[in-house]
Design a protein. Sequence first.
Length: 224
Amino acid sequence: MMNFLKWFMVFFLGFGMGTLVRAESGPWLQELSLQAGCAVPTEVNHLSDSEKLGPVGGVRYLYSIRETFAWGLQADVYHLSPKDHTLSSQFGAPLNVRSTDDAATAEIVGRYTFIPQARLVPYVHMGLGAAYFHQKSDAQPTGGAGWADTGTTESRQVQEASSTGFSYSAGVGVETQITDSLVLGLETAWHIMGVHQSDFGTNAINVPVVSLRLGWHFGHYSDE
C-alpha cells in the first residue's frame, strides 16, 4: 500500500509539472481555501478503541497549471478526543485509560479536476509531505484496585510521546461556485502519518477525514 501511494504520487505530480509548458486558458489561476471537518478513528491501528471523533482544520493554496490540474501547498491540524478504554498495568491491575491525539501535517498537494465547467465539479487530490503526531494518555485504577506504590486511585499521566515522519493523503471531493470568486466543496480524504514504531506500536497512523472547504479563486490566465 505504501509503495503504491508513493509511486502514484510521483506520477501524479510529475504529470502536473509536465503540463507547465502547455498551460491552457482557464477561469482561475489561484485558489486559497479553508477547511473544517472531522477526523474519524477506525479499526485501522485500533484507533476507534481509544479515540473518538475530533475536529480538523486546514488551509490550502493551489496554483492552476491548466484548467484541470493544479498543485500547491496544504497544512492541516487534527485533534482526536479521548475515549475510555481498559488496559492492564504491569502488575495486572485494570486501568481506565484516556488517550488524546494531536497531529499536524504539511504537504505538497496536487489536484485533478473533472468537468471543470459543470455545476457540481468532481475532483481527486493527493499530497506528500511531513507529519507531527503527539499522544498523551492518562489512567486511573478501576475494579477496586489502586496504584502499586500508594494504593490510591487518582488519575495519572502514564504516557506521552511525539513523533515526526512522512505524510500521505489521497481523497475525492465535489465543489460548486457560490459567487464569482467563492466556491464551496465537500471533501473526504485518507491521511497516513508516519510515527515511531517503538512509541506507538505501528509505523503509520491512518485517519480518514470528512470536511467542508470554502475557497476563494483569484487571478486569471492571460488571453494571449
